[in-house]
Design a protein around this ligand. Structure first.
Ligand code: WT7
Length: 654
């Protein structure tokens, strides 16, 4: 093996272990080629193997990127909740479907498939009693508790479209999302618990609902029992309603292309995009990637540490593992509570076989020292995954050696909210790993590297440019809620005939893909996606601010961090503490995860003669690469660069 290449771990191929579903590179290549040459036969077979249909499909795939009308399994009907629960509850009612690891270490709740069926049916009946119907949207704003999973599946069961909003979002951000999808029902909890602290979830919902008149009901789950404000005729308790409901609710037969959910994500303008996913195509590939990318078998215990408020939680806590009928883990706390061994303790305690987290968590844990990992029995692990941002080789090696004990496959999985499921990743039993590379495409995915300027497809090995995908795949987003034009413009009209990912990437001599990071105005902080425009509009809403420019600076821990340059309104003087206040202002406006690392109050920012802020230059200044700024003669105000460099230097010293 060449240096920097890690072969498929011996352990996965040994007798006595579960044999990998795909156990050689040749097999992967043959299947991938088949999936690209004959996608219809390939995915028809997969869809029949992995999903249960109440009505068979006839047309496997339809539509194109140019028309933006992609559909899969067209006449087919099925129900996602039935696929995730009922069929497994019939087969093995007592198998554990969901393990909830609470905020406090020994606070564990387990639900078998049979129990999951009853919980979800009851809640589905509660939703029906509120007159929630097929096609209605339901907002879920909840901590990481089992009821959040029940809520998603209860919606799916009756054909309502859930829109989970990450519980770290502020009232204002929640309000924008409620308004955008015009929902009548919000499901929430009294409080959340995270890292030993309480979060005033219901309070945030109450704030968010000010000025909203569509919401008729707020269903409140009791998590801590804290006293909460109560709005008569609007708020109802989850535990009370559930008692009135029958524990069986027939699943609604849905068309394959009926929407399963909306999930808002940041784009390059201030307004978040409501990414909409289909029922069958989405569910199929969520399941297929758990099976093939993670090589997950029936008796495995799958633990994804993401939050259900992001796509990773949707696909790899809820829909993927449950559609396959395996055991999934829902983790309420943080990696460092009560101490930095929490992840490893969970793996030991629950005998986890598959573990999935983000590089930023691994980087933080690695810094805290190996002793936290070494105390625990991690021998059940077979596949460990990474997602959300490029993983630097040092962190990869640490993950491989200390967590995987040099016996496990590490899958660096590249995908996006819009792709629905993993699109580039090694397969544990088949593809040799290279630290830092997401490696090879999943079935049905034809990645291409385009020249960013001409849009020309760069063929062959050792090329770099922007990453696009050449053909529709089942789990791709179908539209942006109420804004199909934006969907077309963002993904398909940038490079005609291709799906544009927004990422830069290269392909090496072995055909492996290396993801470089976003080439648009999206920044990635700890694997959380934020738009610079969204933060800028939060800043200029502050009374002192006139203009703001936000960039992602390099950060050893979080990948990128938010740096904001802010000019003040005429007549407003910069006072001590203003920068801090602006930081807090953004935090309040969007949510704690969007807290800028620095806000610099400045006199001016570099601009072109037409008034466009040159963020590229700001980025160089923040990253200490001012010597690489290059020609500034086209700027309207080239002198500001030296001023900024000076100002930032004094900041850093301070
Ligand atoms: C963006 C999508 C879908 C997972 C959670 C994030 C970056 C994601 C990787 C990876 C390098 C990655 C990309 C992508 N990204 N995974 N393995 N290597 N970069 O979902 O919020 O939709 O963000 O995350 O930049 O475009 P998201």
């Amino acid at each position: 093996m060449a240096e920097g290449v890690y072969p498929v771990p011996e352990r996965l191929l040994q007798d006595g272990q579960e044999k990998p579903f795909i156990d050689s590179l040749e097999k992967y290549k043959a299947m991938w080629t088949e999936s690209i040459k004959h996608p219809e036969t390939f995915f028809a077979k997969l869809a029949k193997d992995l999903l249960s249909w109440s009505m068979p499909f006839e047309t496997v795939q339809n539509g194109s990127f140019v028309d933006g009308n992609v559909g899969w399994f067209l006449e087919g009907e099925l129900n996602a909740a039935y696929n995730c629960i009922d069929r497994h509850a019939f087969q093995h009612p007592d198998k554990v479907a969901l393990i909830h690891e609470g905020d406090e270490p020994d606070n564990v709740r387990k639900f078998t498939y049979d129990q999951l069926l009853r919980e979800v049916c009851r809640l589905a009946n509660v939703l029906r009693s509120f007159d929630v119907r097929k096609g209605d949207t339901v907002i879920i704003y909840m901590p990481m508790i089992p009821e959040a999973v029940f809520a998603m599946l209860a919606c799916a069961r009756i054909g309502a479209i859930h829109s989970v909003v990450f519980a770290g979002f502020s009232a204002e951000s929640l309000r924008d999302r409620i308004r955008d999808c015009g929902t009548r029902l919000v499901i929430t909890a009294d409080e959340g618990r995270r890292g030993g602290r309480s979060i005033a979830t219901k309070f945030i919902v109450d704030e968010a609902l000010q000025g909203i008149d569509t919401v008729e009901r707020v269903l409140v789950c009791r998590r801590t029992g804290a006293e909460v404000n109560w709005v008569q005729n609007r708020d109802v308790w989850y535990h009370e309603e559930i008692l009135k409901a029958r524990p069986y609710c027939p699943p609604m037969s849905m068309n394959a292309e009926d929407p399963l959910f909306i999930l808002y994500t940041s784009g390059s303008t201030g307004t978040p995009k409501g990414v909409m996913h289909s029922t069958a195509g989405y569910l199929l590939e969520a399941a297929a990637t758990v099976k093939y990318v993670f090589d997950c078998h029936d008796e495995d215990i799958f633990a994804c540490m993401a939050d259900i408020g992001w796509i990773t939680g949707h696909s790899y806590i809820v829909y993927g593992p449950l559609a396959l009928g395996v055991t999934t883990v829902l983790f309420e706390s943080t990696p460092t509570y009560p101490d930095p061994s929490r992840f490893w303790r969970i793996i030991d305690q629950h005998k986890i076989t598959h573990f999935y987290t983000a590089p930023t968590a691994l980087r933080a844990l690695r810094r805290l020292g190996d002793e936290w990992v070494q105390k625990w029995d991690l021998s059940t692990l077979r596949v460990i995954g990474s997602v959300g941002e490029p993983i630097n080789p040092e962190t990869w090696e640490w993950y491989y050696q200390k967590v995987g004990q040099s016996r496990c496959a590490v899958v660096d999985t590249y995908w996006q909210t819009e792709t629905g499921s993993i699109v580039i990743s090694p397969l544990p039993g088949a593809v040799a790993m290279k630290p830092g590379s997401a490696t090879v495409p999943f079935f049905g995915i034809e990645p291409v590297i385009l020249d960013p300027h001409t849009g020309e497809r760069l063929e062959g090995d050792s090329v770099s440019g922007v990453l696009a995908i050449a053909k529709p795949w089942p789990s791709m987003a179908r539209t942006l809620y109420n804004n199909h034009q934006r969907y077309m413009d963002t993904y398909f009209n940038v490079y005609r005939g291709y799906y544009f990912t927004g990422d830069g990437a290269s392909r090496d001599k072995d055909g492996y893909y290396w993801i470089g990071g976003r080439v648009d105005d999206v920044i990635n902080v700890s694997g959380h996606r934020l738009s610079t425009a969204e933060i800028e509009s939060a800043l200029v809403a502050h009374e002192a601010a006139s203009e703001a420019a936000v960039i992602g600076g390099h950060d050893d821990l979080t990948g990128q961090s938010i740096h904001a340059f802010c000019t003040l309104k005429p007549g407003v003087e910069s006072v001590e503490g203003l920068e801090k206040e602006l930081i807090l202002h953004v935090r309040r406006a969007i949510g704690p995860f969007a807290t800028p690392k620095r806000v610099y109050v400045v006199h001016d920012v570099p601009k072109t003669r037409s008034g466009k802020i040159m963020r590229r230059i700001l980025r160089k200044i923040v990253d200490n690469e001012a010597d690489q700024i290059g020609d500034t003669s086209t700027l309207a105000n080239p002198h500001v660069i030296q001023d900024l460099i000076k100002q930032l230097k004094t900041h850093i010293v301070a």
